[in-house]
Ligand binder design. Structure first.
Ligand code: ADP
Ligand code: ZN
Length: 755
């Protein structure tokens, strides 16, 4: 017998099926999905690879004598299922990575020793820097690369675990530590699999509402009807607290009764303690929770238990989409609109697309849940490719929060130019007087700031792309400020007045959480506030601790970026204030409208979740803006129609797609040269195959908006097309182009950030 093997670490050229003889001693053990060692080319050491298929005959062009034998089996059992091997093929096609790379993204590192002792551990000193070093091939050996990649995934691990997972010796780790790449510290490694976090649950007997019954019935009917090769997709739409999770769990029970398995994706395990507790309570030993905090050995052990069939229901974040469940009956993606489902490192996959492919491959039912579905997802319903199941109201007494809009224009006209409007100040005072709590949301202060009109709230937009422009200091013109479009790269001077209302009071969006906190303390000296944003993570408290302290009412007010609007149930919060909806709308991203609507809706869901009625106050200078009005009225359909019209007009997803190629490196001249060569090459290919690249527009190369990052010069190419296939083909063509040493390439489709 012969095995077709994919190399674990292969350049594109070597990423194909390699046929090896199966030695008789291993004949019983070698199966598809096994990790094996094989001799390769003139390498002295064997290399690792995954068995793709077992075949009876070698390829016709290969004689028996030319074949070499598999030299060893790394792990006694297969590490991936045949279905995941197919998925890896698909990932190569879509995300331009080798199949070995795709599988490495899926499987945990092979680590079997579990300590329970104090030992030395390591983490990366500067992960961002390591990402760049990897991209530019700056590591000296494969061992160094493995350690770097391992710790990017794992954050930290015991030295013994790293040695095992990466097949390196202590001297390698010691070398990397001396070079400042690794930091050593001591830790206690656990022996037992850690239990899921404990949480008080008082689960009563639940009688499903009529809408829930309909939803469960529809999903159940699909479960029996669906065949491999068909996609049965549902969109379960309902606000927080409308009983979506209950529908997932009841559908899951039916799937398990049929002897099949269930996969549930959530944006972040840490933000969904209730979901985890409910799954653990109901499915007990059958459930596996893939936390990000698992040690390498725990992760490996959990993976093995899923593979062996002991675990039948898996809950986890993005990468759990690769959980090796066999006989999958149902995939649930909760909060499907969440950005965390898109990977921002190679391979840059979208877990939602992976979920569709897995469902299709095995004939599982796909259920996407959301209060505010992504525009692309709702559009699938409109096109008849997905079925909407609606949960129109909250379960029980809790009503929706009251949403009020404060018109900042009127405030300004009355001479009140504060970050806190008078109605908001009053509402905060009343809330604190009643010993209730409040949350204040402010937009993240990013690399780039938009410019907007203080009089009418409109942002300054690119006339070609309908995207808010952002200010950048031009380092080539003695730091003079100008405006740049993140989408087409066009540069504009700062305008003197607003194009909408001709007002001259233009301002950059700058107020951040810190400023809000300072002002808050001046306005409410008696109340206590805690701030949560990216800056506070590195401080004394982790996010989790901040949220817990707030939940225990150690603070009256929580001030933060969008991250505070997600997850978590604060029963005593009765007021949520949005300091500037205009800031949210002025994000330099085609999803600005969608994000604003989602955030405002989530915020409304935060207020008044206990027995207390809630109130939301939105401050804006554009009270008549469609998105803000739709959000205030909790009117998804209205938002969707408006947003869809914009996407169609401007050619953004689902009607048009964007391809992004970023080149970066330490030598500006080298990056520029590679950029020009790549651009010329792509233009020639497009001219040669006009059919395949129909209606694809490739913009000339330009500096990226973040033109220098950590000492690297960054340039980019952007392509637009109504056809996603054409974009994929273009990026694949770019991937084929010869690489230049010292220049890193990033390829992405419909990225969340164009920077
Ligand atoms: P969602 O996932 O939409 O936020 P959940 O399923 O978590 O909603 O439901 C919110 C709360 O209501 C939970 O505490 C849940 O136990 C409860 N619940 C859900 N459905 C019902 C029902 N039919 N009857 C009573 N309580 C329910
Ligand atoms: Zn533009």
């Amino acid at each position: 017998m012969y095995a077709e093997v994919w190399l674990e670490e292969a350049t594109r050229q070597f990423d194909r099926d390699w046929t090896y003889l199966i030695p008789p001693a291993l004949a019983d053990q070698i199966k598809p999905g096994c990790l094996v060692e094989v001799p390769f080319a003139r390498r002295k050491q064997p290399v690792r690879g995954y068995v793709y298929r077992i075949v009876a005959k070698p390829p016709a062009d290969l004689g028996e004598t030319e074949l070499r034998s598999i030299s060893g089996l790394v792990n006694p059992r297969p590490l991936v299922t045949p279905e995941l091997l197919e998925l890896a093929r698909e990932m190569r096609r879509r995300y331009f990575c080798s199949r070995g790379r795709a599988i490495r993204t899926m499987v945990p590192y092979v680590v079997t020793t579990v300590g329970d002792k104090k030992e030395l551990a390591a983490r990366l000193t500067d992960p961002d820097c390591v990402v760049e070093m990897l991209a530019e091939d700056e590591f000296r050996s494969l061992g160094h690369v493995r350690v770097a990649e391992f710790l990017l995934v794992q954050e930290s691990a015991a030295l013994s675990e790293i040695e095992q997972a990466c097949q390196v010796s202590y001297s390698v780790l010691n070398y990397l530590q001396k070079k400042g790449i690794l930091t050593f510290f001591s830790q206690i490694t656990r022996r037992e699999l850690s239990a899921a976090p404990e949480l008080e649950l008082n689960e009563q007997e639940i009688v499903l509402t009529e809408e829930q019954v309909d939803a469960v019935d529809s999903i159940s009917a699909a479960l029996t009807a669906v065949q491999p090769g068909q996609l049965q997709e549902f969109l379960l739409q309902g606000v927080t607290g409308s009983g979506k999770t209950e529908v997932y769990l009841q559908a899951a029970e039916r799937v398990l009764k049929q002897g099949k398995t269930v996969l549930i994706l959530v944006p972040e395990i840490a933000l969904t303690p209730l979901m985890v507790a409910r799954v653990s309570a109901r499915f007990d030993q059958k459930a596996a929770i893939l936390h990000s905090r698992l040690t390498p050995a725990e992760r490996y052990e959990t993976w093995q238990r899923i593979l062996s069939g002991e675990k039948k229901i898996v809950v986890g974040a993005r990468s759990a989409i690769f959980a090796p469940l066999t006989n999958l009956g149902l995939i649930v993606v909760d909060e499907e609109q969440d950005q965390s489902y898109k990977s921002e490192t190679m391979p840059r996959y979208q877990a939602l697309d992976m979920a569709r492919i897995r469902s299709l491959l095995v004939g599982a039912v796909l259920v996407l849940g959301s209060a505010t579905p992504a525009v692309e997802t709702s559009y699938r319903v409109r096109e008849g490719r997905s079925t909407r199941l609606l949960l129109s109201k909250r379960v029980g007494e809790a009503g929706m929060a009251q949403v009020g809009i404060v018109d900042l224009r009127a405030e300004r006209a009355a001479g009140h130019k504060h970050l806190f409007s008078r109605p908001l100040i009053r509402a905060l005072q009343e809330t604190f007087e009643r010993s209730e709590q409040a949350m204040l949301l402010i937009n993240r202060r990013g690399f780039a700031n938009s410019v907007y009109c203080c009089d009418c709230g409109a942002s300054v937009e690119c006339p070609n792309c309908d995207i808010a422009l952002t200010t950048h200091k031009n380092p080539w013109q003695s730091g003079k400020e100008h405006l740049i479009c993140h989408y087409c790269g066009k540069i504009f001077p700062l305008p003197e007045f607003c194009a909408e209302c001709h007002g001259t009071d233009l301002d950059t969006i700058g107020a951040g959480t810190q400023q809000a906190e300072t002002l808050f303390r001046e306005l409410f000296p008696a109340a206590s506030a805690i701030r949560m944003d990216l800056d506070t993570t590195s401080g004394r408290y982790s996010h989790q601790e901040i949220l817990s302290a707030f939940a225990r009412h150690e603070y009256d007010c929580l001030i933060g970026t969008q991250m505070i609007a997600k997850g978590h149930d604060f029963h005593n919060v009765t007021l949520v204030g949005i300091l500037s909806a205009d800031q949210m709308l002025a994000q330099s991203n085609y999803r600005a409208g969608e994000h604003t609507f989602q955030l405002l809706t989530q915020a409304a869901g935060r207020a008044g979740r206990g027995d207390l009625p809630g109130q939301v106050i939105i401050q804006t200078a554009q009270p008549d803006d469609q998105i803000i009005r739709a959000a205030a009225g909790q009117d998804y359909e209205n938002f969707f129609d408006h947003e869809l019209a914009f996407r169609s007009r401007a050619g953004y997803p689902p009607f048009g797609h964007l391809g992004l190629i970023i080149l970066s490196g330490r030598s500006e001249a080298a990056v520029k040269e590679q950029l020009n060569n790549l651009y010329d090459y792509l233009c020639r290919r497009i001219a040669r195959y006009p059919g395949s690249f129909a209606s694809l527009e490739l913009l000339p190369g330009q500096r990226a908006p973040l033109s220098r990052l950590r000492g690297r010069y960054r340039f980019r190419l952007i392509a637009k097309s109504p056809s996603k296939e054409a974009i994929t083909l273009l990026l694949r063509t770019a991937d084929d182009f010869r690489k230049k040493p010292g220049v890193a390439t990033i390829l992405d489709i419909n990225p969340y950030s164009m920077l």
